[in-house]
Design a protein around this ligand. Structure first.
Ligand SMILES: Cc1cc2nc3c(=O)[nH]c(=O)nc-3n(C[C@H](O)[C@H](O)[C@H](O)COP(=O)(O)OP(=O)(O)OC[C@H]3O[C@@H](n4cnc5c(N)ncnc54)[C@H](O)[C@@H]3O)c2cc1C
Length: 400
């Protein structure tokens, strides 16, 4: 299959999952002419909190993908984050640079930007899922829940933390998912507090609510809920069940708790998942490879979106360099991305206890630490630490 022209127009690729990693790979692959199909949720999944990019690697990749300027134009301009007590009085004031990177955008807007730029050239099939995969020497034979069976040269699992593709090819989720004792939820709420490009965080032992207004709409805010928990068993498609879990866990919560729970009842954009990481032995098997959360999910604070974007860029670039030879390309992709992704995972494990310390004593300890971090030198140290992880990869010049 080797083709030294970097033209991938002979290559058909199925991307399972149109979250962030899927459309990012589609955007990179169509630059090389590959024929791409991406699929799943009933429509593009646009929910989610703001995601940030930091350092020269993210910037280079987003620039080469042609979306840096648009992201920059639509950035959230996140302001101060204030930790408050139950009556809303400020306890700790965090400078914006500590929580957000060089540029921050709503996850949903990022997904939409990439989707809009590829929808004419990519065959997005919503509301379907892979049923079976059979890897053969000449292609992967795929059957779907709804569509007709098709053969693809390559299949890329970009279907998130609970990747179905990973389950089919690499084994059960229990072997790959490390649970970090917390759950996170996000959804839109009315901006009761009149926040103006600013955020508030309130914690009680084992649970926390963060509210922020970062967009152009003064009436809307985003709520982020974090709670400590044993592993829960629930249907990921059953939004009503997830709302019930949240209502139970946040019952009696002070501060904005009652307003947030009321808004939850009406929310149509709920994101709810475990705080967890994905660790696999290898990222590719035969003609199937994993990308983004499916292969190296990092959870909150691990720059999962940045890693997914860099992963998509590297995977497409290596395929182009190898003229579509997946053995060479997948090996190079894995060699480049593995340590980078691991480095970002390393700095993310504390997000749960950071938001929702388990006891009052730990909350006070966290606040003391926040106060220290808010001092200038420590904010700079924190920024350097995250930027180091975000830039710890050497990118070759891929053909354009
Ligand atoms: C709606 C939503 C909101 C999110 N909000 C936040 C947030 O607030 N904070 C945060 O830290 N992270 C959030 N995330 C996760 C974050 O987007 C990812 O960690 C990161 O951007 C990496 O992206 P990804 O594309 O690998 O995974 P994801 O963004 O999770 O995308 C995976 C996609 O695969 C699709 N999919 C799932 N199963 C199948 C299947 N069987 N077949 C085909 N497709 C499938 C999903 O519908 C989804 O669109 C959110 C994810 C989603 C889907």
């Amino acid at each position: 299959m080797t083709n030294t022209t970097h033209d991938l127009s002979h290559l058909s690729v199925l991307i399972s999952g149109a979250g962030v990693a899927g459309p990012a790979l589609a955007l990179n692959l169509v630059r090389y002419g590959a024929r791409v199909a991406a699929e799943m949720a009933p429509a593009l999944r646009e929910g989610g909190f703001a995601v940030d990019f930091r350092g020269h690697v993210h910037r280079k990749v987003l620039t080469e993908m042609g979306i840096w300027d648009e992201i920059h134009a639509r950035q959230t301009h996140m302001g101060r984050q204030i930790v408050v007590d139950a009556d809303g009085s400020p306890k700790v004031d965090l400078p914006a640079e500590m929580m957000s990177g060089d540029v921050e955008i709503f996850r949903g807007e990022l997904a939409r930007i990439m989707y809009e730029r590829t929808r004419d050239r990519v065959d997005y099939v919503f509301g379907d899922s892979i049923a079976t995969l059979t890897d053969t020497p000449h292609g992967v034979d795929v059957t779907f829940d709804n569509s007709e069976p098709r053969r693809f040269d390559l299949v890329i699992g970009a279907d998130g933390l609970h990747s179905h593709t990973r389950g089919l090819v690499f084994g059960d989720e229990s072997r790959h998912l490390r649970f970090f004792d917390h759950y996170v939820a996000g959804f839109d709420v009315p901006n009761h507090l009149g926040l103006n490009r600013a955020g508030r965080v309130y914690s009680e032992p084992g649970r926390a609510i963060a509210l922020g207004n970062y967009g152009d709409d003064p009436d809307r805010a985003v709520a982020l809920l974090v709670f400590r928990s044993e592993r829960l068993s629930y249907d990921r498609q059953d939004i009503a069940a997830q709302k019930r879990i949240l209502a139970e866990r946040f019952a009696g919560m002070g501060w904005e708790g009652p307003n947030v729970l009321k808004a939850l009842e009406a929310a149509d954009d709920l994101y709810f998942d475990a705080i967890a990481q994905i660790h696999v032995d290898r990222l590719a098997q035969g003609r199937v490879a994993l990308l983004g959360d499916a292969g190296y999910g990092a959870t909150m604070g691990g720059m999962g979106t940045g890693v997914a974007i860099v992963g998509a860029y590297v995977l497409a670039g290596e395929l182009a360099l190898a003229g579509g030879d997946h053995r060479t390309a997948f090996a190079a992709y894995e060699a480049r991305i593995r340590d980078f992704a691991k480095g970002c995972q390393k700095i993310s494990g504390n997000a749960g206890p950071f938001f929702a310390p388990p006891t009052e004593r730990r909350i006070r300890g966290r606040d003391r630490m926040y106060r220290l971090l808010a001092s200038r030198s420590l904010a700079a140290f924190f920024k350097r630490l995250t930027e180091k992880a975000a830039t710890n990869i050497k990118l070759p010049e891929y053909p354009v």
